[in-house]
Design a protein around this ligand. Structure first.
Ligand code: MYA
Length: 434
């Protein structure tokens, strides 16, 4: 990363490296892991001048069971919420980004394309498409005022961005109204000037103005205090390209042709009744998903409107498939993945890595392994180069068998103003943020 705030591990996500063609879990005693554990422990000791002032779990309180679960601070009366925006350094001004405007959407797209999250070695950078950004930022009940930009006063150039969208998140038995915060980005030339804390305070203020007091977010950096830390796993679909661009390496004693053969998939999904989700499926998918997600400690509380928005297929943004029983016509299983390409930095032959990210999957009749193999098959047919999945929900049950390899990117999940007593296991997390 070019910024000096990315601690251990890597940024949010990543395009990273499967060194083995038939990947094995990483050796815990490898130098890389020793260095990561050392850096993680340093980060715990590190001062967080900003985060120490915020209502988030603090490192000093880890393990203190006398502190109750739930909101850390009570809501304040709306009349006491600061009415004016926070002050920015004088060359800059706030702007609300209207994502309906083609021009603004282009500006946001370009800021992120050039300045958003990179892997540790600066080989790849997320390249969220404009359609994706419009989808991610305009769910049911969204607030335009939560799409916040910073411009240079003189040139009007967009130099920073942060967003929130509303969501109902269930934590154990409580459904809590939250903001999902994402796309925090400061132009590379303006890093390390403490602009990020001002942006976070401003989005917090605007969320408070809607009488919402909690938030969920993910980051590749360690902050006080993750509710869980996930790992990305990667399944090669186009191994030759992945190796050519340095995303993965040829395993020891592997040739290119053996590697290609290893990752080959059938031409068609195997499950009878496997088909694309349609509008008429929204009620059945909502039932299936709500029932499935109820077993996790933290998950979204999706209603039919949410499912229509977040899961109905949108070309080049979100793909969803389900299994309709050929006999009963019941909808028994569901899988989905979103499209998030990365720019390949400085490669002669390729400029884009086409990645699919596993989203929500539910199996009741079709074994999850078979369902996800079918997801890989349709992703391959759609020309994705790699299929990524976190070790959340029941994903661990298929990762190794379906030839996913562990990546080196860690993704930490956080809640704002909501304390969880003990960190969750990744399998207890039923939430995927974009
Ligand atoms: S995660 C994606 C974040 N974006 C990137 O990684 C893109 C590339 N990097 C950048 O654009 C910059 O490096 C950023 C920091 C903007 C990340 N989350 O201004 P600074 C803290 C939270 O001098 P810069 C995503 O979008 C850092 O620890 N805090 O630093 C979710 C330090 O504080 P402290 C972060 O490098 C975002 C301070 O900022 C992050 O120029 C969720 C330094 O500020 C980070 N990813 O800019 C945001 N990185 O001294 C929180 C650094 O205390 C939402 N920092 O350690 C909270 C809920 C708000 C709503 C609440 C509603 C109720």
């Amino acid at each position: 990363m070019t910024d000096n705030n990315s601690p251990p591990g890597s940024p949010k996500v990543n395009p990273d490296h499967n060194s083995e063609a038939n990947p094995l879990p990483k050796d815990d005693s490898s130098l890389e892991n020793i260095v990561r554990r050392f850096q993680d422990s340093m980060s715990l000791a590190k001062k967080h001048k900003f985060w120490e002032t915020q209502p988030v779990g603090q490192f000093k309180d880890v393990g203190d069971t006398s502190l109750p679960e739930g909101p850390i601070e009570p809501p304040t009366p709306l009349s006491e919420v600061k009415q004016e925006p926070y002050n920015l350094p004088s060359p800059y001004e706030w702007t609300t980004c209207d994502m309906d405007s083609e021009e603004t959407c282009n500006e946001v797209y370009n800021l992120l394309k050039n300045n958003y999250v990179e892997d540790d070695e600066n080989m790849f950078r997320f390249n969220y498409s404009k359609e994706f950004l419009r989808w991610a930022l305009r769910p049911p009940g969204y607030y335009k005022s939560w799409h916040i930009g910073v411009r240079a006063k003189t040139s009007k150039k967009l130099v920073a961005f942060i967003t929130g969208v509303p969501a109902r998140i269930r934590v154990r038995d409580e459904v809590v109204k939250m903001a999902e915060i994402n796309f925090l980005c400061v132009h590379k030339k303006l890093r390390s000037k403490r602009l990020a804390p001002v942006m976070i305070k401003e989005v917090t203020r605007r969320v408070h103005l809607e009488n919402i007091w909690q938030a969920a977010y993910t980051a590749g950096v360690v902050l006080p205090t993750p509710i869980t830390t996930c790992q990305y796993w990667h399944r090669s679909l186009n191994p030759k390209k992945l190796i050519d661009v340095g995303f993965s390496r040829l395993g020891p004693r592997m040739t290119m042709s053996r590697t290609i053969k290893l990752y080959k998939l059938p031409d068609q999904p195997a499950t009878p009744g496997f088909r694309k989700m349609e509008l008429r499926d929204v009620p059945a998918v909502t039932r299936l998903l709500r029932n499935y997600l109820s077993q996790f400690v933290v998950s979204p509380d999706f209603d039919e409107n949410d499912v229509e928005h977040w899961l109905l297929p949108t070309e080049d943004v979100i793909d969803s498939y389900l299994v309709e029983s050929p006999k009963t016509h019941d909808i028994t299983d569901f899988c989905s993945f979103y499209t998030l390409p990365s720019s390949i930095l400085g490669n002669q032959n390729y400029s884009i890595l086409k990645a699919a990210y596993s989203y929500y999957n539910v199996s009741t009749k079709t074994p999850l392994l078979q369902l996800m193999n079918d997801a890989l098959i349709v992703a391959k047919k759609k020309d994705f180069d790699v299929f990524n999945a976190l070790d959340v929900m029941h994903n661990v049950s298929f990762l190794k068998e379906l030839k996913f390899g562990p990546g080196d990117g860690q993704l930490h999940y956080y809640l704002y103003n909501y304390r969880i007593q003990n960190a969750l296991r990744t399998s207890e997390l039923g939430l995927v943020l974009l």
